[in-house]
Design a protein around this ligand. Structure first.
Ligand code: PGA
Length: 252
């Protein structure tokens, strides 16, 4: 059975270190008992060093929610991928729709993706349409967004890429996307990846789905949506929900 990847995006939560420690402890206890699932948690920056570990294969991988495209220098408030790599961070979410809404363009995303890859970390590149129109224009929008966001990836590092397909309208809403539609869209995304990096890389690229995942719908999305894993927002900071989700996904 191929290992599924579950990424918890804590966003700007929780507000205290003690809550973060408690949440992480619960996730780790559950993750240690999983046989077929790799769990990655992306806490806010200030908590990261509390959770990174020097072991080669920690039971919970640590990701960041953003990184800048330069290694060092006069960039007040920014964090470089090299710093994150040094702390033991394995993944970085890039181009989340909440950052794109704040003005992060495809060009900035592309530069960040390149810098993260060059530093030896896996970028989790978020892509997704804002809405779906009846004429299929959203497919062109998605294609352009993906091509532009991945425009600066060196081919030799393409196999380190993770894509998170997150239709913006499904984030933080009541329902995720229909699994059959997720499957269709993932096929479409792999076709675009094949155009850029070739068929072999495209088939190997890890593609996650994100948007209103909870412990009830997660197994079905993995099975029928045919994704390699999930990017989980709200449910990842809900202790009973996220631990249930991990256990449920591990056995599908
Ligand atoms: P959600 O968020 O699971 O709360 O919908 C997903 C995300 O924004 O990555």
């Amino acid at each position: 059975m191929k290992r599924k990847i579950i990424v918890g995006n804590w966003k700007m939560n929780p507000t205290t270190l003690s809550e973060a420690v408690n949440l992480f402890k619960k996730v780790k206890n559950t993750a240690q008992r999983l046989a077929h699932t790799h769990v990655i948690v992306c806490p806010p920056f200030p908590y990261i060093t509390k959770f990174t570990s020097s072991t080669a294969k920690p039971s919970v991988g640590i990701g960041a929610q953003n990184a800048f495209f330069e290694e060092r220098g006069a960039f007040t408030g920014e964090v470089s991928p090299v710093m994150l790599r040094d702390l033991g961070v394995s993944h970085v979410i890039i181009g989340h729709s909440e950052r794109r809404a704040e003005g992060e363009s495809d060009e900035i995303v592309a530069k960040k993706v390149q810098a993260v890859l060059e530093s030896g970390i896996h970028p989790i590149v978020c892509v997704g349409e804002k809405d779906r129109d009846a004429h299929g224009l959203y497919l062109d929008i998605l294609r352009i967004q993906i091509k532009n966001s991945l425009a600066m990836i060196p081919k030799r590092l393409a196999n380190q890429l993770v894509i998170a397909y997150e239709p913006v309208w499904a984030i933080g809403s009541k329902e995720p996307m229909e699994p059959a539609v997720i499957e269709e869209t993932v096929i479409f995304i792999r076709k675009i990846l094949a155009d850029i990096f070739g068929q072999e890389n495209a088939l190997r690229t890890v593609i996650l789905y994100g948007g209103s995942i909870n412990f009830r719908n997660a197994p079905d999305i993995i099975i029928r949506g045919k994704v390699d894993g999930l990017l989980v927002g709200g449910e990842s900071v809900n202790i009973p929900g996220f631990t249930e989700l991990l256990k449920a996904v591990d056995v599908v």
